[in-house]
Design a protein around this ligand. Structure first.
Ligand code: FE2
Length: 319
């Protein structure tokens, strides 16, 4: 069944607040039937193997805690969903909302509604289907693109932090945009005080300003969410500034200040970034950054079977 509109409860002042504040609204994705255990199992079965990501981490991870990548081997989608539900696991069908023939029409509809609600043209958009277990999380990071979360099942808390040099220094943001790392951002414990927590129940959604660093902690249940990355003309300009300045800093030793770049000058940076990306595309390979350290195994503690030489003692995966 497909509901008439997929976005609900968009605030009347949402357009004015967009890009400046955290905005909460609702989604009706659950009503599409695409996020039941059965639908998710079928998606995991048909989604290309190289675009499925599996990871584990310490339960209730502190914001700076990182994650460890693994593989699901020949497990069926249903077995993977079961392993996530009862283990210390997190599974993602990367880009599935934009590429899968069943999910894509729904994604196009909801992004169309979002564009209308915000008044922002969407230049490009992709989204992953995230299935994560009790007390799992996502470490403190900053995404290069505009991001938002359509939450569908379970409960989780998203913590959003200020977009200032104290929380995400310009050098760190440039490194993310230049793909020197994934989206890792340096964490200090005193930054916890700056968090704005957003608790999400089934059917709730949230978007927050570009480059707002964040981390996520799940409640005690299976979580299903859609994590969206998109770009607008405004975010493309801003990222052009950080990208170009990142190269100027690294190649020419300059000390630019991207956050102080006047709006009128941003198109020039955007054009420069476009040209630089063509001349010297960033090199990056997630496989080498996060080597596979475990296999999902329903008979192992936390459903994690460590590969030889892997398995840090510090992780607590007691069910
Ligand atoms: Fe994120």
């Amino acid at each position: 069944m497909t509901p008439e509109t997929l976005i609900a409860s968009w605030p009347s002042d949402g357009k004015a607040r967009y890009g400046k504040e955290i905005i909460r609204f609702n989604n009706r994705l659950a009503e599409t039937g695409l996020f039941t255990d059965e639908a998710l199992a079928a998606l995991l079965d048909r989604h290309p193997r190289d675009r499925r990501d599996f990871c584990t981490m310490k339960k209730n991870p502190p914001p700076g805690e990182t994650w460890i990548a693994g593989e699901a081997g020949d497990l069926s989608g249903a077995e993977i969903v079961q392993a996530v539900r009862t283990g210390a696991l997190w599974a993602s069908c990367r880009g599935a909302m934009a590429t899968d023939s069943q999910y894509r029409p729904v994604f196009e509809r909801i992004m169309g509604e979002f564009s209308k609600a915000t008044g922002q043209p969407i230049l490009s958009a992709t989204a992953s289907v995230l299935i994560s277990g009790p007390s799992m999380g996502i470490f403190f990071h900053c995404d290069p693109a505009e991001t938002m979360l359509f939450h569908v099942r379970g409960t989780k808390t998203l913590n959003v932090y200020p977009r200032t040099d104290d929380y995400i220094p310009e050098v760190a943001l440039e490194a993310i945009l230049l793909k020197e790392n994934l989206s890792d951002a340096p964490w200090r414990d005193d930054m916890a005080a700056g968090a704005t927590p957003v608790t999400l129940s089934p059917g709730e959604s949230v978007c927050w300003p570009l480059h707002g660093p964040h981390n996520v902690i799940n409640g005690p249940d299976l979580n299903v969410s859609v994590s969206v990355e998109y770009s607008t003309p405004r975010s493309a300009m801003t990222n052009g500034v950080f990208y170009t300045n990142g190269l100027l800093r690294r190649r020419l030793g300059l000390k630019p200040h991207s956050r102080a770049t006047p709006l009128a000058a941003q198109p020039l940076y955007w054009l420069a970034a476009k040209a630089l990306k063509t001349l010297a595309p960033p090199r990056y390979n997630a496989e080498t950054v996060h080597p596979r350290q475990f296999d999902i195994d329903l008979s192992a503690p936390g459903n994690i079977r460590w590969r030889p030489g892997c398995g840090p003692e510090t992780l607590d995966r007691a069910a």
